[in-house]
Design a protein around this ligand. Structure first.
Ligand code: A3P
Ligand code: MG
Length: 426
């Protein structure tokens, strides 16, 4: 069922011209930018001259909001096709052992989010770039669920166009409204499927390496809130005296379709409704967030205009219907908790002046994926198409062969080159 289909009976996604088509007149300017963005080891894209004559090969995509103000694209209800867990040492398990259960808090919770920061916190090493490795492990363990065609030429083609993290898609959804942080996304086509993996920008690396102590502590608060709100078992209570270990994760893997793009992506899930009669995943999942206490109408408006965009994008993508937010004071104490229903957010923001719109987010993501499909023509595990974007600029890309950007691991390529039924334990 296409629950998220546009309600306008006269609208047809396919009958509309994409923003890409309307923006193609800009390609001369964008080619110059692309020259500047291209790293030294890059080999010139073969079809660049052709791009001059053929707008379908244009090298840039605009992110201007007004180009994406059209009917909401078809977005199929996401279906959970599996899940996996990462333990306290970041080891992968093809099961739900790290699932946690939501426990409703008091009206005035008074959770002290600073507790345990110094003595009961094990922080994941975020300088280690895991790229898509956990999702690829899951794909290997579950590929019979994802393959229908089995031919000699293509022994293991997945029935999806894109494989990526939900977080990468969230960045795409929010791009038309983002004014501060750019991104780089590496794309590789392998056996007909395009894998998309983020590359840390220099600016993001600088920021990560120069966080203030206050910022480091505030990042902990979000995880501490999760500990106050979640139990390890259906019948147990949260344990705020325990250790917060951010290596641990439970991830859902969902399949869906955005217009004609078949997507497989994974995202971390904070917890689920513990009622055994709750709907099946992903509908029983709950996202937890923290935010500064709201004392003025202006602060409420800012929550709607900026935070709700991120919260909506993150949860709408995998079909998680609820966000439970803990509002904290300056001392890091949660003073109130409020539930936001993802399906009601567009109503909530509609009176805000100059606010974000879900349709712009989804249409931009859709057009970006079309742009990627047109650009990523060579099917090779060692070729990376690197898409880059900085605020107030267009998305451009460069092509890299056997470079530091290659991200599909050898074990994945080898495993995908064998038939699932000829699998052997090595
Ligand atoms: P909050 O979002 O409540 O601050 P998530 O909400 O996506 O499950 O992430 C859990 C917590 O991880 C966040 O809680 C925050 O503490 C931390 N976190 C996640 N992404 C972050 C980012 N880009 N910068 C800083 N902290 C982040
Ligand atoms: Mg969360």
């Amino acid at each position: 069922m296409d629950h998220y289909r546009s309600r306008s009976p006269n609208s047809s996604y396919h009958s509309r011209h994409s923003a890409y088509d309307r923006e193609r007149g800009d390609r001369g300017r964008n080619r110059c930018e692309n020259q500047r963005l291209r790293p030294n080891n890059h080999r010139q894209h073969q079809s660049e001259l052709a791009a001059e004559k053929n707008p379908q090969n244009s090298r840039a995509l605009s992110t201007r909001r007004e180009l994406y103000e059209r009917d909401f694209p078809v977005y199929k209800q996401p279906v959970e096709v599996g899940n996996f867990s990462l333990d306290s040492e970041r080891r992968f398990f093809n099961d739900s052992r790290q699932m946690r259960y939501y426990v409703e808090p008091d009206r005035n919770p008074n959770f002290n989010l600073r507790d345990g920061y110094k003595d009961r916190f094990i922080k994941r090493d975020d300088s280690v770039k895991e790229k898509l490795s956990h999702i690829l492990r899951w794909v290997i363990a579950n590929r019979s669920k994802l393959t229908t065609r089995m031919t000699t030429a293509s022994p293991c083609a997945l029935d999806v166009d894109f494989v990526t993290w939900r977080g990468h898609l969230t960045k795409l959804l929010t791009t038309p409204y983002e004014t501060r942080e750019g991104w780089m996304l590496a794309a590789t086509k392998f056996r007909g499927t395009i894998y998309i993996s983020e590359v840390e920008t220099e600016a993001a690396q600088r920021e990560r390496e120069n966080r203030t102590e206050r910022h480091e502590e505030m990042m902990y608060w979000g995880y501490k809130f999760e500990q106050y709100m979640c139990a390890d078992n259906v019948h147990s209570a949260p344990d705020p005296d325990g250790v917060v270990n951010t290596n641990e994760a439970f991830c859902t893997v969902v399949q869906t379709r955005l217009a004609d793009h078949r997507l497989l992506f994974s995202g971390e899930v904070d917890c689920r409704d513990k009622d055994p009669s709750a709907p099946a995943p992903p509908t029983c999942y709950i996202e937890l967030k923290t935010s500064a206490e709201i004392c003025t109408p202006k602060q409420r408006s800012n929550l709607h205009r900026f935070k709700l965009l991120k919260w909506w994008a993150q949860s709408f993508l995998p079909g998680v219907p609820r966000v439970v937010a803990g509002f904290r004071d300056h001392e890091g104490v949660v003073v109130s908790v409020e539930t936001f229903h993802i399906s009601k957010i567009s109503q909530l923001i509609k009176n805000e002046y100059n606010c974000w719109r879900p349709t712009v987010c989804m249409n931009f993501c859709c057009d970006f994926l079309s742009f990627v499909k047109r650009a990523v023509t060579e099917d090779s595990h060692s070729v990376v198409y690197l898409f880059s974007w900085e605020p107030h600029k267009d998305v451009t890309y460069s092509v890299h062969r056997d470079s530091q950007y290659s991200f599909l691991p050898h074990w994945f390529i080898d495993e995908m080159s064998t038939r699932p039924d000829s699998h052997h334990q090595s």
